[in-house]
Ligand binder design. Sequence first.
Ligand code: DC
Length: 225
Amino acid sequence: MIAVDGPAGAGKSSAARGVARSLSLSYLDTGAMYRALTWWLLANQVDISIPAEVAAHMRGAVIEVGTDPDAPRIRVGGADVSGPIRTREVSNAVSAVAAVPQVRAHLIAQQREIIGRAVAAGDGIVAEGRDIGSVVAPEAPVKVFLTATETARARRRSADLAGDPAVTVALTQAEQARRDGRDSAQMARAADAVEIDSTGIGLDEVIQKIVSIAMSRTAGAAWTT
Ligand code: DC
């Protein structure tokens, strides 16, 4: 199993999917689970500024997350929300939901189940998030912490939101800084994680670096454990 953690916009998703593809592993986007829950709470008019309200309603959202790196789909209550969870509305609301301790316990249990199933099946999995190597799967044999400068991260995020004319790099950077502040409590870098700074290096190179870390740490194919 390979854990990829780091802040928003460091390129975790593209890198983790690329690594999963090149090593034929499953892929788990844990951020998508926090986003899907947030989308569902907003759609059901739950006041996400009140943690007790969030905790009381969270189990109403039945989240199914796909693990195919070529088509990472996510469903809530049977509806495909892969697109809607990427809106700015959800991006700006998700930190408040992810900060609720009951939400973390609930989603971390689900994440451990998905990872455990992949490992038991001998498939292996690349899981990305903020706390995978430190909290969700501290036993992971391969851990990477992906970073990039604030400007590089904002540039990447605003390119993701290119369809929205109201979104500039400056606005993205301001929203990102607010989110970084709120997310920092959840971000825990494992002491044994290898840090990669993706600023100024291409995606293929990042993928290659992670693959070679995996090879050297596991001497072959033991990342399926
Ligand atoms: O990686 P992302 O932007 O899709 O993450 C969405 C939000 O979920 C972000 O605010 C941080 C939070 N998150 C978390 O608290 N723990 C994780 N393992 C993954 C994401």
